[in-house]
Design a protein around this ligand. Structure first.
Ligand SMILES: Cc1ncc(C[n+]2csc(CCOP(=O)(O)OP(=O)(O)O)c2C)c(N)n1
Length: 203
């Protein structure tokens, strides 16, 4: 794996100067910490340890809140677990939904075991299948699906995920890094109530 992008820099760029209308769902583990490192806010819903549902939660939110922008930031492991949701997102076509997969080709939080996007040519003890998640999303019917590998493309990525008509799907190839955790509040009920209050004005 030859990724050069730092996940925290990418997430900070995506979440720079957020308006209240930007609702951010983070997949478990490292993405939860990444969005918190970018600045905890009530319009963030970090999923902590819940795996496989980030994209689908984003879809429900996007459909329920068509005037808000919904940004899902999740890992390749979470996305692989919830892959069927991509076909449903394609069918529903939410214009206000962007999904960004921070793909380090590993189950990072649990010890960097290889995920399916790891090249099939890697060492036998740590080998994936070369799964191309952007191609999967495209094949599911999300026409605007692409992979980002270059730092020079991050500014455009930030513009697209915040403003371009969706659904859009981006895989961002990121480095494997050991980063300090940036913990959001731990209580799931509190996070849910805080988020509902921010979106609806009532818990
Ligand atoms: C249903 C379920 N299975 C397994 C786990 C254990 N688990 C926690 S984090 C994680 C890896 C997540 O990998 P990825 O989404 O790629 O995120 P990364 O940490 O690499 O950014 C796993 C398998 C879990 N929390 N829930």
């Amino acid at each position: 794996m030859t990724a050069t992008l730092h996940r925290r820099d990418v997430v900070k760029a995506l979440m720079k100067d957020p308006t209240d209308d930007l609702l951010v769902i983070a997949g478990l583990g490292q993405c939860t910490w990444d969005i918190t490192a970018a600045g905890d806010r009530p319009q963030n819903l970090p999923l902590w340890g819940g795996m496989g549902g980030a994209a689908m939660i984003g879809l429900g939110l996007a459909l329920a809140q068509p005037r808000k922008r919904v940004l899902v930031i999740t890992g390749d492991g979470d996305m692989l677990m919830g892959m069927g949701s991509l076909a449903t997102i394609a069918a529903q076509r939410p214009a206000n939904l962007a999904i960004v997969v921070l793909d380090n080709e590993k189950f990072g939080e649990t010890g960097n075991q290889a995920t399916h996007p790891e090249p099939a040519s890697a060492a036998a003890s740590d080998r994936g299948a070369g799964t191309d998640l952007a191609a999967v999303a495209h094949g599911c019917g999300i026409a605007d699906s692409a992979t980002v590998t270059a730092e020079s493309d991050v500014a455009q990525l930030a513009k697209d995920v915040r403003g371009k008509g969706g659904p859009i799907f981006r895989v961002v190839k990121v480095m494997v890094e050991a980063l300090p955790a940036a913990m959001p509040p731990k209580d799931g009920a509190y996070l849910k109530d805080r988020f509902r209050q921010a979106v609806l004005g009532t818990p």
